[in-house]
Design a protein around this ligand. Sequence first.
Ligand code: PMP
Length: 763
Amino acid sequence: MSIKMDELLKNEFGFNEIETKTLDGYENENYRIKTGSDQYIFKTYQYIDNDELLALVKAENETLLFLQKTPNKNYPKPIPFLDGSFIKILTIDGEKKICRMLTFLDGEFLGDIKPTKHLFESFGIFLAETDIKLQKLSNYTIKAREQVWDIQYLDLNKKFINDIPNAKDRNIVNYFFQQFEEIVRPELPYLRKQIIHNDANEWNVLSKNGEVTGFIDFGDLAHSLLINELAIAITYACYDKENPLEWASVILKSYHSKLPIKENEIKVLYYLIAARLSISVCNSAHSRKISPENTYASVSEKSGWNMLYRWLSISPIEAENTFKEAIGLRIENPKTIDEVAEKRNQHISSILSLSYNEPIYMVRSAFQYMYDAYGNTFLDAYNNIPHVGHSHPKVVAAGQQQMAKLNTNTRYLYDQLAEYAEKLLSKFPASLNKVYFVNSGSAASDLAIRIAKIHTRNKKIMVMEHGYHGHTQTATDISDYKFNNPKGQGQKDFILKTQIPDTYRGKYTSNVKNAGEKYAQEAITLIENSDLAIAAFISEPIVGCAGQVPLADGYLKDVYPAIRKQGGVCISDEVQTGFGRLGDYFWGFEAHNVVPDMVIIGKPMANGHPMGAVICTDEIAESFSKGVEFFSSFGGNPVSCAVAKSVLEVIEDEKLQENAKTVGDFYKSLFFELQKKYNCIGDIRGGGLFLGMEIIKENSIEPNVKLAHHIKNELRNRNILISTDGPFDSVIKTKPALCFTKEDAKKVVDNIDEVLKLYYNNL
Ligand code: PMP
């Protein structure tokens, strides 16, 4: 090759005594040429009568020639062939190639040197100076170009998302694609556009003596948003940094000192950076799929993923405020907590409580994070309704798409109802094969009780001590947690309350052999002594409002037959425990080796979209069908069904039940470690990502409510959401979205550790 290449270079450029070296390239072949003290890059591109590529290479050369007009050597300079042209189509090794020669720029790559503030400042300045020069350039080829690496054409990368092997990774990218649509797309017409370099990554930026001195590789030139230039520079300069916002601010500030950035550009910058990271990981995944042996395309992949995940933990509001501060823009003051609370209190009764001594004013969320109005990111270890993660892109898309097509009621035929019913019931034992859709857990428990009464013709309802099933009159009547409250309505005549089979605080503790059977025996006596026959027995498998108390082993196995024997039905309230949260089981009743006659579900079912359901046997449904028509205006509407179906799909795709198991087991083991250090930790219980920890006064089982509240509020001050519950409100409760990670679990437990350490030090 060399001899031929030497000859070609001699004939075409008049070069003598040449040394050539082949370089790595993304799509083309490049050679580094030395002749005497001069160095060049000879670039060749395969030419298959491809006029578009030829036009682009011409446009790139024109840009480089344009940049030479200002006297400096900071950009590669096109070198003419002997005939005066800058681009020629030559035949090399029998192949037609587009060829051109550029000067070689000396310097160290930004990616190879230690970052300093001065280096980043000079980067910002160099970038701004380049963009100022490019402002005056107009080129219709560049303007017409639509390419995957140009953030304004983010959509072109959608076809690569499925090349990302891991479902969770895919959905992080989906999330940022969706946020782009919501936040950036509406702003696009108002953002400045011009020709930009469009690829100021760490291997295209050169430096000398700790300062940026040049840019190379103008192959991605784009007529795009000016702010994309910075978004790209920041992405690659910061994607391996612990504190990307700090480093980004240095570049922004210096860029702004030369070329002022506008407020509407700053507002979208966080999402543009996320978009560029998404483009990078999409293209890495795609390249690996089509040519697994080519590692060149994947160099930035690991840092890209790290930063995408880190980016989620940074509130977009914090990012915007930091960027604004860096360039001296005024940060808008959001309403104060008092103002927001005052407005709420004007029309919302004080009977609706707020969490924490200091309430939180939430504005956005993503997966396991919630963002408040002041730029704080909260790790959400408490809210189980966003089951697959806050603002999950698949769930959001399902709702948006169906809402744009059809939303109606069950008196018309549409596919979504039957499709979801089939998918949902496939998760249940075969005997549970009819479903009624409603809009809340309360509506579900209310309906379940009505159906049970109609089916059995009995009047009494047996309920669990401390149980909670909702806010309607019937739901309140069957909820000891409500009716037994000092301010509650009291126990109604038709209610039979059974003591909770709690092996920590109850009559039979875990030291007692067969505690579950003993509790069951007492319940059976209650059933047998009931004045009237019992229509239904309703309980959760782990009683949430009791402070995550699992029913003792063997309890339901004995109680269910006793209820059925006297003509009643057994209802499992899976509003909290269902949909894989427990890790080992998809439904909580499975842990007790029983199959209920009816199940009620709600909360996580549609990830926060209001939906609930009653599931029952054919036989029960048959009895109910003999009565008046059942109709719920919203129950089972196509939008709700589409949303709920997407939740089941995400649970499967992202293997979230398995995640609940592995992360939950790890989380629980950390709590057990903590228990060894502090005597104030009593019982630790629950399963999967549904856990509770009793806070007690030392050497007793007396609840330590004050300390439990202290932990909860201190965690809130450390931006971790958790809550307390139980009859004394002394149980720390955690039930995060199933996308919770081991790192998140460790963060929660480490923080509780610190809170307790400080608490005991200050006693
Ligand atoms: N059952 C249980 C076990 C619950 O936890 C709840 C809500 N906390 C309900 C029923 C009632 O659900 P909703 O608030 O959707 O009416």
